[in-house]
Ligand binder design. Sequence first.
Ligand SMILES: NC(=O)c1ccc[n+]([C@@H]2O[C@H](COP(=O)([O-])OP(=O)(O)OC[C@H]3O[C@@H](n4cnc5c(N)ncnc54)[C@H](O)[C@@H]3O)[C@@H](O)[C@H]2O)c1
Length: 241
Amino acid sequence: MLAVVVGAGGGIGGACARTLAQQYDAVLCVDRDLAAARRTAAEIDRAVALAADAGEVGFGRLVGDAAAAIGPVGCAVYAVAYEEHAPAVDLSRESLLRSLLIGPVGAFEFFRGLTPAPGASYIAIGSLHETQPFANCLGYNAAHGALGQVVRTLAHEWADRGIRVNAVVPGWIATPGEEDLYGAEQLAAAGRLLPLGRHGRPEEVAAAVGFLASEAAGYISGSFLTVDGALSSSLAQLRGV
Ligand SMILES: NC(=O)c1ccc[n+]([C@@H]2O[C@H](COP(=O)([O-])OP(=O)(O)OC[C@H]3O[C@@H](n4cnc5c(N)ncnc54)[C@H](O)[C@@H]3O)[C@@H](O)[C@H]2O)c1
């Protein structure tokens, strides 16, 4: 059976691909950055890299056809988002639409385009900002809010197809994407202020994905599994970050 990971060239997606490689016969590593997808695929036996941009028309069909050529999908993970930091008054329509396109729309088209194996597990990487807004990040917040409703709706609608749909909700995870946004020094300093004194690791998010993909999670659908080192329990203390 096949696992498909969108964003497999990134921090969390890459870790998910490596974790799922231990549970599935093959992994399709999808990313708009083909070189990054290939780097992840090269670390895994029986992995295939595919270039596809979640913001492009035809994304769901492109990935679905590539997956179907390999086999039925036992697990699918969507681990991409578009995040622009700007005050809401300055946010362009294009930026907001891009967040929505690469977030909930891309995830929905991805999941809908797949040919599921019996008992398939579909997992979106969500965000605490689904419910706890992050100032100067309106597009990202709105996209994750809508992604949460995609997960709940598909969990309900596709239950009779035997597909489980869940989200893993990371706290603050040290990934290449976060390092690009904040710089290594600022990121490390912020990590020391988090409840556990450090950021989460991509592998710690991937472990939750591996669990949701497993038979042990066979009755879990429509759930949001938080992996945040108590960050959501302590947000009020983090005003200085
Ligand atoms: N890192 C965190 O602290 C954190 C916290 C909460 C949620 N998340 C979520 O986890 C997911 C992955 O985050 P990350 O930190 O691993 O990011 P990352 O930047 O390390 O990796 C993202 C990957 O997605 C690819 N990508 C970006 N846009 C794409 C597109 N349009 N089509 C196809 N591929 C695309 C990039 O090339 C990259 O390889 C995102 O959805 C993010 O919202 C991350």
